[in-house]
Design a protein around this ligand. Structure first.
Ligand SMILES: [Zn+2]
Length: 271
């Protein structure tokens, strides 16, 4: 009986914490405030950088490229959110883009604009527009609150739905683990929770728009995913492949989103 009451309480709390995403229109479970997530992201990002080999952007062309593309996408996203009257959703964002020396074909983004690209991704992306497509996809997960949804689900499933501050105080390691899983950070990609199918479709759709509005040809995303399929053979798939067993279907979906994205596309240098 007590358990049932507790369960009902959490269901009620979850209903209260559901809100409609102003960009996607989808209803999301959000138990954690954006501010709390950004603060946790800042801590975890610094920790991650201190434990990994960061490539120096003032001495390395690839690291400089990651920063340059990232900054343009950050500006593109700002422009997109403002055009939808949602500039506030990016409040507190202080973007950082770092390349780390690591053979995994991986990239991720935390709320507040904390982004990492692994050097192992670059042989697959091969060109700037393709890297922009990956960054657009990963940043979409963060700015569309997918990480918040996963964090909230993790808090409900693993820590009984306690508030983030309580969880952090009582179970710091478990809470940190949920956070890292929610944002796809980790050395063992296979051990991570995959994003849900709806989240992946949203990340693909808005990722194309974010790349396009920043001046990168969104069509490069299709060639990228074809390369990705060929080159990831045998390896553990990166986050952006993990819930897509069938590449053909993903490319089909991307084609469907392409017309919308192309409306935002202005090549770099054109007026
Ligand atoms: Zn994804």
């Amino acid at each position: 009986m007590v358990r049932r009451i507790i369960a009902l309480f959490f269901i009620a709390a979850a209903l209260v914490a559901c809100s409609t995403n102003a960009i996607t229109g989808r209803n999301q479970l959000k138990l954690v405030s954006e501010q709390e997530l950004q603060s946790m992201a800042t801590t975890e990002y610094q920790q991650f950088l201190s434990e990994n080999k960061v490539v120096n952007a003032s001495q390395d062309r690839d690291a400089e490229m990651v920063r340059r593309i990232g900054t343009r996408i950050a500006n593109g996203i700002k422009q997109y959110f403002a055009s939808k009257g949602q500039a506030d959703a990016l409040k507190g964002y202080q973007w950082q883009f770092n390349l780390i020396s690591n053979n995994a074909a991986n990239a991720w983004a935390m709320p507040g604009g904390k982004v990492v690209v692994y050097t192992g991704l670059l042989p697959i992306t091969q060109n700037e527009a393709a890297l922009a497509a990956v960054l657009g996809h990963e940043i979409a997960h963060a700015v569309l609150a997918h990480g918040n949804e996963r964090m909230s689900q993790g808090l409900v499933q693993q820590l009984g739905g306690t508030a983030l501050s309580v969880a952090l105080a009582n179970k710091p390691a478990a809470t940190q683990n949920i956070f890292m899983q929610a944002y796809g950070v980790g050395s063992q990609v296979g051990a991570l929770l995959p994003f849900g199918r709806k989240q992946e479709l949203e990340a693909d759709r808005y990722g194309l728009i974010f790349a396009a509005i920043s001046g990168y040809n969104p069509r490069e995303a299709i060639a990228l995913w074809q390369r990705m399929e060929q080159m990831s053979g045998g390896q553990k798939p990166p986050e952006f492949l993990s819930t897509h067993p069938s590449e053909g279907r993903r490319i089909e979906q991307l084609q469907k989103y392409m017309d919308e994205a192309l409306q935002y596309y202005k090549p770099v240098g054109s007026k």
